[in-house]
Ligand binder design. Structure first.
Ligand code: HEM
Ligand SMILES: CC(C)=CCC/C(C)=C/CC/C(C)=C/COP(=O)(O)OP(=O)(O)O
Length: 295
């Protein structure tokens, strides 16, 4: 890809947005016993994806000074100068507006407005205020990252359902161990740019305890889809295995920390969410089909 295109691509935090879009799609599939209406699937996914990418671009515009001073973020296009603020603002506005229009007119207004609230929650409230205000920044800001399955659900049904809120809760509780594992590894960088992430304000030991506590909570919350009858035994087995493995990581991180373990815990957190949502999808749609074939 020519440089300019790859720069716009990186401005969107594509790997994060991909997982966000996937969780939204799982929300869509779980909202209905049958096939998701093709227009909700297509336009819902596109609209939510474009608005998430727009939020990520605005986040990079607002954070460019801090990004410049951290090794992890130094290669971002607004830091390298490959893109300037005007280009980025035009791009973020264009994809955000297209996304909003798609959701408003081709999906439904509730999905559009809830997605807009999510965008403002992440790009505005989290990036501008929370991130620099409190070490609970990512706990509160996590609500934006947890919203996509609800948005997907609403795209199909037009209403918010309690089962959708369970999916929200899973991502909401997953966010602290996801992020704090990385923040443990990178605490010096955050301290240098005066961002009060938990390991900076409360130390590594306290953060490891919090990661462990949230992972215990995540184990319990990940059982809720089965406990409420939304998912079946296939999901239950997957959730126990995946959450159990996460718990082993968190216990080792707390009681037997060693170099590189925090980063592997962070890597596992991403695999975990992808696999857990895949399990929800397979359990809901493929397992009944396979059972029908078998008998
Ligand atoms: C407030 C909530 C969240 C915070 C603070 C956060 C923080 C981060 C950070 C700082 C990274 C960068 C790691 C690096 O550059 O090495 C990252 C990576 C990642 N996050 Fe999160 N995250 C949050 C929520 C989410 C959500 C909701 C998802 C998806 C559903 C997600 C998926 C990912 C993925 C896939 C990566 C890997 C990206 C890559 O390889 O470039 N995150 N997260
Ligand atoms: C549907 C919709 C509008 C969704 C928006 C939600 C969204 C894009 C959440 C992303 C979460 C995330 C990557 C946070 C890290 O930001 P950070 O600034 O702490 O991380 P950084 O240092 O890597 O930039």
């Amino acid at each position: 890809m020519p440089t300019r295109l790859t720069d716009y691509y990186e401005l969107c935090k594509p790997r994060v947005v991909l997982l966000i879009v996937f969780t939204a799609m799982v929300g869509m599939f779980l909202a209905t016993p049958g096939m998701v209406p093709i227009d909700a699937l297509l336009f819902g996914t596109l609209g939510i994806g474009l608005m998430a990418a727009s939020a990520a671009a605005v986040n990079q515009m607002l954070d460019r000074k801090a990004d410049q001073r951290m090794a992890r973020t130094r290669k971002r296009p607004l830091v390298t100068g490959h893109l300037d603020m005007v280009q980025s603002a035009r791009f973020a506005a264009a994809i955000g507006l297209i996304g909003m229009a798609i959701l408003l007119w081709l999906v439904n207004p509730l999905t559009a407005w809830l997605t807009l609230v999510t965008l403002v929650g992440y790009a505005g409230v989290y990036t501008v205020y929370l991130k620099r205000a409190t070490p609970q920044n990512i706990v509160i800001g996590g609500a934006a990252g947890a919203a996509p399955p609800v948005l997907g659900w609403v795209a199909v049904t037009g209403t918010v359902d309690v089962h959708a809120l369970i999916l929200f809760l899973i991502i909401f509780i997953w966010t602290p161990p996801h992020f704090w594992a990385l923040a443990i590894e990178r605490h010096r960088e955050y301290a240098e740019v005066d961002i009060p992430m938990l390991p900076v304000t409360h130390g590594l030991e306290y953060t490891r305890t919090q990661v462990l506590l949230y992972t215990v909570l995540l184990f319990i919350v990940s059982l809720l889809p089965f406990a409420t009858g939304m998912s079946g035994p296939l999901y239950l087995i997957s959730a126990i295995g995946l959450s159990g493995w996460f718990l082993i990581y968190a216990i080792r991180l707390k009681y037997a920390p060693k170099p590189g373990l925090a980063m592997r815990t962070f890597g596992y957190s991403i695999f975990y969410l992808m696999a857990l949502f895949t399990a929800l999808l397979v359990d809901h749609h493929l397992a009944p089909l396979l059972m029908r074939e078998a008998f």
